[in-house]
Design a protein around this ligand. Sequence first.
Ligand code: HXC
Ligand code: NAP
Length: 285
Amino acid sequence: MFQKDLLKNKTIIVTGGGSGLGKSMGLQFSELGANLVITSRRQDVLDQTADEISSATGGKVLPISTDVREPEQVKAMVSETVKKFGEINGCLNNAAGNFISPTENLSENAFKTVLDIVLQGTFNCTLAVGKEMIKNNGGVFLNIVTTYAWTGSGYVVPSAAAKAGVLSMTRSLAVEWAKYGIRTNAIAPGPFPTKGAWDRLAPPGFGIEKKMKNRIPLKRFGEHIELANLASFLMSDGSGYINGEVVTIDGGEWLQGAGQFNELGKIPKLVWAGLDKMRKKKEKP
Ligand code: HXC
Ligand code: NAP
């Protein structure tokens, strides 16, 4: 789909890059020529992912353990990146924390924990990387949100509130930092199977996975390569005039819930034929 050198000579940081979707997007950035920096809390997971990606692509991959909630750790990670690669051209804010719970059962700390990772963590990385990008006259931020950033969703209230904040920050900085040559966009994925998300959000035995799939007009989950393709495009110079946008990649899932008559898709053809007959009968003088 892309020219092999689409991201050549670009240095891209991927937070939460050791596992799941961050790993898949990082792999494709590396395949397309980027120098990759992957961060998360677990150094052993990062080391293994870095080995896997660099052996697959031959690219340079730097694994740096960083808790995005800790500004000093984030600043140290940014300094190490600059020391190794000279400058930073892209930052994929992908690290997240989430779980399902009735809101009345949450502690204040449970809410704060998710907000700290998703919203404060995204800000910490954006601030530290942004200062470098301002010095270099440009760069690209890509923030991973989800469709309930604008619809909201019960049972994931901390995550919904935090992702809404990230979306608002995306649109705000798209305007404020455009003068520095910095583009800021977001991707809103629907369900893409990963261990991290499925363990926490789709515990087996309740039929949640089947229900999730049935809600999607395309009747399937997303494939990691589909998300990676979108992320690579938005990271590349090919999307140079896209700024402040959130691109949804969910097989039509959120609109299925939004359209008042979409449930009529469940009506069998025969019933439609019957309704039509009745209508025509009524219309006869
Ligand atoms: C209620 C919970 C809880 C749960 C933790 N807490 N899990 N409350 N239900 N299931 C509470 C704890 O009791 C504690 O509050 C507070 O949250 C902090 O918990 P810790 O375990 O100390 O936090 P920490 O070790 O920092 O771990 C953070 C985490 C964990 C978010 C709780 O799940 C994590 O590390 N997640 C990272 C990866 C992840 O979540 N991936 C999924 C992303 S998927 P008290 O009051 O007891 O101290 C995603 C998909 C979106 O975002 C859309 C899908 C379609
Ligand atoms: P995942 O594998 O659990 O990814 C979350 C990553 O964040 C992990 O690598 C985790 O690594 C890292 N992380 C968590 N807390 C951190 C912290 N404090 N500091 C640094 N890193 C931290 O799950 P995923 O499904 O790939 O999710 C990736 C992104 O996609 C998230 O933003 C999620 O909200 C979004 N998303 C996913 C789906 C889906 O269906 N999968 C749908 C919509 C949106 P450590 O635990 O090692 O720190």
